[in-house]
Write a protein that binds this ligand. Structure first.
Ligand code: P6P
Length: 357
């Protein structure tokens, strides 16, 4: 082997080893370009998120073999939805991963009516974790992709009465957000406000390893992701959009029943995900604080957009913990296309109103 071969081999070793050593915690510190206390906190927070992801991924990969891992608990959660055993398990995983961390003061979850406050006999931190422990849990029993969605906020004030009122702020207050996608591989996508970065779990190492940095969504993509079974429940504007994509080339429908999976596809390939208001859920089905806002944060970091159809999603402050909003999220051009039908219908309504006066 001549010297140039050995040099290129060493370079490839160096690259491979350096990448395998770019763990979540190191990546956060590198991107914050700081080893100060806040950077150390964020690095530790992301490491705990990664631990929760590993524990849930392990359970999911063996769910069909583990007695009592699948199916329903028989309970109804605060959302009025049937609770799956995996929802409950994953919810407990995040609590267990953070309870003794000294990083958070409370955890707010889709599965808990009120936030879980860290007990006084545990170290208490200044951050709040908001999360959907298993998004798309209806997919669990049929072995299809599901995800966890997370958002990290700073506690404001001391919340002495444990009301969690300081959580009711717009999405710009988020310090970090991301998701874990449990698919053929387990992928963690996150942002701390400095781009969107992708890690893949290497089960042989038990580590999330950097796979892509500073991900940007294409300005336009072919995918539109919406549950067309709700067509009869939609306002006219969404029906107009659906008719448009049915009659024009260049659009393809993809809908998995799990927001995280549909979002992940659109983040990489471009397009738009829509969950509009319906007759059943006029405000939409998706919850702002731990589903829409974290994904909107990521999408804007990736150069895309997220709106309710009439407002920028990140501008919305909820009036209660489990508030819902309509969600239109994805590539700039595709979100704008959906909004154009909403604006046209609003214009027509204003014209009709003016004619009646
Ligand atoms: P539908 C899962 O319950 C979820 O919250 C999202 O993950 C998903 O996009 C949506 O609801 C699916 O709802 O009404 O289309 O079944």
């Amino acid at each position: 082997m001549n010297s140039s071969d050995s040099t290129s081999l060493e370079l490839s070793y160096d690259f491979a080893l350096d990448r395998d050593c770019t763990t979540l915690s190191r990546h956060v510190l590198e991107h914050l370009q700081s080893f100060g206390p806040e950077a150390q906190d964020m690095s530790a927070l992301m490491t705990r998120i990664g631990l929760a992801g590993k524990l849930i991924s392990r359970r999911l990969s063996r769910a069909g073999l583990v007695e009592g891992a699948l199916g329903f608990t028989g309970d109804i959660n605060v959302q009025g939805e049937e609770v799956k055993k995996m929802d409950l398990y994953a919810n407990e995983v995040f609590i267990a991963a953070f309870k003794q961390s000294g990083l958070v003061c409370r955890l707010a979850s889709e599965e808990m009516e009120k936030p879980y406050y860290i007990p006084e006999n545990c170290p208490i931190g200044r951050y709040t974790l908001l999360y959907d422990p298993i998004d798309g849990s209806s997919n669990v029993d049929v072995n299809l992709n599901v995800g966890s969605i997370f958002s990290i906020r700073q506690q404001v004030g001391n919340d002495p009465d444990h009301t969690g009122q300081d959580l009711l702020q717009d999405g710009h207050q988020q310090l970090a957000a991301g998701y874990i996608l449990y698919g053929p591989s387990t992928v963690l996508v996150y942002s701390i406000g400095k781009g969107v970065h992708v890690f893949i779990l290497d089960p042989s190492l038990g580590e999330f390893i950097l796979a892509a940095e500073n991900l940007t969504i294409p300005k336009h993509g072919p995918v539109y992701s919406v549950n067309e079974g709700n067509f009869w429940q939609w306002e006219d504007a969404l029906r107009d959009f659906t008719r448009y994509v049915h009659r024009h080339e260049g659009h393809t429908a993809r809908y998995s029943g799990a927001l995280v999976g549909d979002f992940h596809r659109i983040l990489f390939q471009g397009g738009v995900f829509i969950y509009p208001g319906t007759l059943k859920n006029p405000e939409g089905k998706l919850r702002l604080l731990y589903e829409s806002a974290p994904l909107a944060y990521l999408m804007e970091q990736a150069g895309g957009r997220a709106s309710t159809g009439s407002q920028t999603l990140l501008d919305i402050a909820p009036d209660h913990l489990h508030a819902r909003t309509p969600l239109i999220i994805g590539s700039h051009e595709d979100v704008a296309l959906v909004e154009s039908f909403i604006e046209e219908r609003a214009r027509q309504a204003e014209e009709e109103l003016a004619l009646q006066q």
